[in-house]
Design a protein around this ligand. Sequence first.
Ligand SMILES: [Zn+2]
Ligand SMILES: [Zn+2]
Length: 340
Amino acid sequence: MRQLTCTGPDTIEWRDVPEPRLQSDVEALVRPLAVARCDIDLFLTSGVIPAREPFALGHECVGEVVALGGAVATLAIGQRVVVAFQVSCGTCRSCTAGHTANCDRFPVLSDYGMQPLSGIEFGGMLSDLIRVPHAAAMLAPISPALDPVALGSVSDNVLDGYRAVAPHLAELPGAEVLVVSHGLKSVPLYAVQAGIALGAARVDYASDDDEALALAERLGARPVRTDFGKTPRRYPIVVDAGVTPAGLRYAVRSTAPEGICHSVSFYAGGDVPLPLGRMYTLGIRFITGRAHAAALLPAVVPLIEQGRLRPGEVTTRVVGWEDAPRAYLEPAIKLVVRRA
Ligand SMILES: [Zn+2]
Ligand SMILES: [Zn+2]
């Protein structure tokens, strides 16, 4: 079968690889129908995060179940599913606690399409088939009436935006939210959608990127154009989504006393200072860590099916399957590749 493969910095091609097969009775094979590019993918393909060997690309998709192990009672052949991007078993102590990003049965960062991070190749979703080691835990059924293209990013980035605001708005109903975007493209926009859907009194969007500000405004946020210098006001809930220390400092400074600053950012390449004295004095809670995809899907899929979350509104570019090698390296806030 064909698999979109990154063979070097900014070099992507289709490669023929062996078709995956079911290896146990709890597995599934899924045929991806629409695949979204995660915000981290261009860091992988550019070589910023170096890879020692070619690796499969893509870890956000909606697909169709084409084969199932005999012990999977909760799914059916032909079913439309969202695939969690992290590999997890669903039954170990970590998974049972909802910490499915750190399943006890798999090495850390066991994800599709991220071999450079984990060192293990689980395959990529820009392939004709992917193998799902624990189907019941990792696959979330979703209505076939919904357009797969609109669901491409639900495996990862949509969940990432949701979890940055949902628990905090549950604790502080109706609170004002600030989303600080400084290098991540789509996750902060999904956080805007979640904030509005979950009843925030107001969602502001701080960025130095005009295209992102315009899209955030269309989604219902108030745009705050900033160079991440002065902080105009403080918010009880702040989402930090980016890659720069200046953006992080801005997010922390924008957090109100006893407020929550939730960082969905991965700061690669060394330590990043935090103003812990100020955070201590003001009682600012700082949260970091990866999203737990499989655990989040049962909460997020119903919101999408009810039309309360509309991730398709963040998509800025849709291309056909054959165009993936070229389109995948071109800038876009959210790219989705659709199978014909
Ligand atoms: Zn991702
Ligand atoms: Zn587990």
